[in-house]
Design a binder for this molecule. Sequence first.
Ligand SMILES: [Zn+2]
Length: 607
Amino acid sequence: MKIPQSKIDEISASLDIVDVISAYTPLRKAGRSFMGRCPFHEEKTPSFSVSQEKGVYHCFGCGKSGNMFTFIMDTENVTFFDAVKMLADKANIIIEFENEPYDPDRNKIELYYDINRRAGKYFYDKLMSREGAYAKEYLNERGLKDDTIIKFGLGYSLREKDALYREFENDFTLEDLQAAGLVLAIGAGEIRDRFRGRLMFPIFNESGKVVGFGGRRMYDESTEEAKYVNSPETKIYNKSKTLYGLNFAKQSIKQKGYAILVEGYMDLISLYQNGIENVVASSGTSLTQLHTKILSRYTKEVVVVYDADLAGQNASRRAIELLVENDLNVSVLELPFGDDPDTYIQKNGLDGFEHLLNNRLSIIDYIAERYDAEGKMNSPEGKTEFVREIIGLIAKMRDAIKRDFYIKGIAEKFSVYESIIRKELDSVLKLKSRGLTREVSRETPQEKPKERTYKFSAVELVLIRLLVDSDEKTRERLMNELELDLIKNDTVKKIVNYIMMNIDSPEKLALNQLFNEFQDEEGKSIIGKSLLDENYVMQGGRNRNYMNEANQVLSQLKLTHIRNTIKEIEAKIKSIDSSSPEVLEMLNTQQKLRREQMQIENSMKTL
Ligand SMILES: [Zn+2]
């Protein structure tokens, strides 16, 4: 089935990209565009820019760009087809389908679900087999009942290097098994299972499909390997938006009106087995912006229960900050030092846990207790530091009424004048609105944006820019002079070819449309950089000389091509017998190329 282009255009025209994206990350008008914090990477200061006019977005931090359809594809993990359907719903547009073969991308996604589902079954069978006896015993020793093992689909991966691969190779290609995250190909044709000798925890998405695995090390002699190994991000597994256990917890969260957030798979499973079902964990990564967004679709109340050690305390402070920032009401359940939710509930049972739950701390009391434990609450300096940290936290709340409530609370409880707190808060908020947030609260390391790097040259990007966005004469010259073979990057080649084929239909060259046409990461990245990111294009302002740029691009492409050919010939000469007659011929060609190279280099100087 294919969605007619006219429908896609209709949807683009009736929805505002700023509205679409605002549902995921708040945007603020900044000059001609809108800015916000990027939903695709963790950041404190906004570098995600949305152009309402052009209907596209671009992140200057991680380089992601696209239009409203690719945005939905990436944030909701759906195919283009489904993204169009979702946005059509939003716009109240009904889609009639053309009869055409299935979207291949969609088939792939179904295939990866299938592979992961079958792997889950395979690991479970192994756990129940003789080879899994040791792992099974371990689980039973840790108090897990068979029902629980079945419910969470726990399993075991054999210690051999490619047991799963051999089991699956007749049904799936190596490429697909790799893309699904289960198999690694490590040079020289060596194939290895990603998970070996591990206790396996299937990770489910919101609708209960297996999207990946977490594997816990089972044997001590393999301590050079990480204690936990997780599936990589795949087309169906996005770590920053997958909350472990949410599929099981949804109902209970809604019923109870709040969610319990824990750190580990075992914590969650153990609480669940003991009757606490409204519990979720972040999986394979620390809590992210998107996790909190997803959680807030189910509830506004979150109880944080992290390990009672220093690492746990730091992680919980970071989680609190993120949750508060996203307008959730947060409280903290404190475990006795050295315990984690799993060990605690095993020792004290449901009653013991519920007792702690009923005595959970507000974030203010929790942080006060931390300061107290460090002996800081007795000195005026310590107390000031404490008030500053709390104010930093309050400043992150978007709701003014909530902020007010907290200010009154601290003033009363810690006998500080309300006016002092308000003054301090005002100055933090002012700094924040100027984007200069002083780190009032504890420093949290900012995750570096992960930029995928692809090999394409700046010249190739300028070429795309000029083809789409220059004057008629310049475009004509490029159309006449450009040889596609001079372009090294295949995706750039495809994009340039598409542009050249459609040069007379400007509507097909609109940014919005280009993003529909090239939806893979590399394609989006190239289009975004060449057409939206000023860092990647030659500066010229209003008076830029397009023709001059075009000439430089053409010369540069030829030059690179010649240089590479010369290098190739050199390598070839070295590899064959020097007395061979071919050598002379090659040397001649090289000579000719060198002369051509010089000519171009000279002509470029005069440009
Ligand atoms: Zn980004």
